[in-house]
Write a protein of this length. Structure first.
Length: 275
């Protein structure tokens, strides 16, 4: 059975395993994606968190900025069902935990878990919610950004939230910052700029590019050059500053930032999303 580069890439995105391991698993499973995931698991391969624990795959994702506008936090608390995720009491609980985190400018999940919430630690209240609601509740992710000016965005439905920091401050940047966090929500960049892309991601993209070119019947001698071209396209599509600005396709995000200030840039961002 012929396995396509697209199928290999899809399995790689689902599991985080290496390209060749994914290809072997798909061959072994006759192209069955679910069976391929199980094969990788049995062989001890890394799998994405949302596949490793399906019991709490729903939830609420929120983000908020501190009063001084220099700190932003994004929080994901998971539950088992969409019904609970849409329950206003549960949304309010997540919101209250996030308020506490922002008030104390918690730096990481461990610090958040230890904060006092009405006489109980946040970690204990998460366990309490399991008892109250009757299904598994867990703190999924907690991310923060500190910068000269911080911004946050929550997409309607509470399934995607983004935070970002700019290297300058000022009320005149409020619209710019809002556009940046909305860009991140919509386009899901992997890094700020191409120099910030982790080496393992670059290696994966080059492997995929070569495999795609090979599948298309390109000469072996041309594969490296073709893969590099595909990598450059990946940089343009997947690094924030090089992405096409969603509000104006004639400019990049970097171009848009320079319209406000020639030295303005993004220093950090985080994106939380339920799969």
């Amino acid at each position: 059975m012929k396995i396509t580069a697209q199928e290999v890439n899809e399995l790689r995105k689902l599991t985080g395993a290496g390209m060749m391991d994914c290809k072997k698993a798909l061959v072994e499973s006759d192209g069955d994606m679910e069976k391929a995931v199980d094969i990788l698991r049995k062989k001890g391969q890394k799998v994405a968190a949302n596949r490793a624990d399906r019991d709490a795959a729903e939830g609420v994702v929120l983000a908020r900025v501190s009063d001084d506008k220099t700190y932003a936090a994004a929080l994901m608390i998971n539950c088992e069902t969409d019904f609970v995720a849409k329950n206003q009491d549960f949304i309010n609980y997540v919101s209250n935990v996030l308020d506490l985190a922002v008030d104390h400018k918690a730096k990481n999940a461990d610090e958040l878990k230890s904060l006092d919430m009405n006489g109980r630690t946040v970690e204990e209240t998460v366990t309490d919610q399991t008892g109250v609601i009757g299904e598994k509740i867990q703190l999924g992710r907690f991310e923060t950004v500190e910068a000269e000016s911080a911004f946050a965005y929550v997409h309607p439905g509470n399934r995607i939230a983004t935070i970002a920091g700019l290297n300058k401050s000022g009320n005149d940047l409020s619209e710019t910052g809002k556009d940046v966090v909305m860009q991140i929500a919509a386009m899901s960049p992997v890094a700020i700029d191409k120099d910030d892309v982790p080496e393992n991601i670059i290696a994966h993209e080059l492997e995929i590019g070569k495999e795609q070119a090979r599948e298309e019947g390109k000469p072996e001698a041309m594969l490296d050059k073709i893969a590099q071209g595909k990598l450059n396209k990946f940089y343009k599509e997947s690094t924030l500053l090089n992405q096409t600005f969603i509000k104006d396709s004639k400019k990049s995000v970097a171009d848009y930032l320079k319209e406000s200030d020639k030295d303005l840039t993004v220093v950090a961002f985080r994106r939380l999303a339920l799969s």
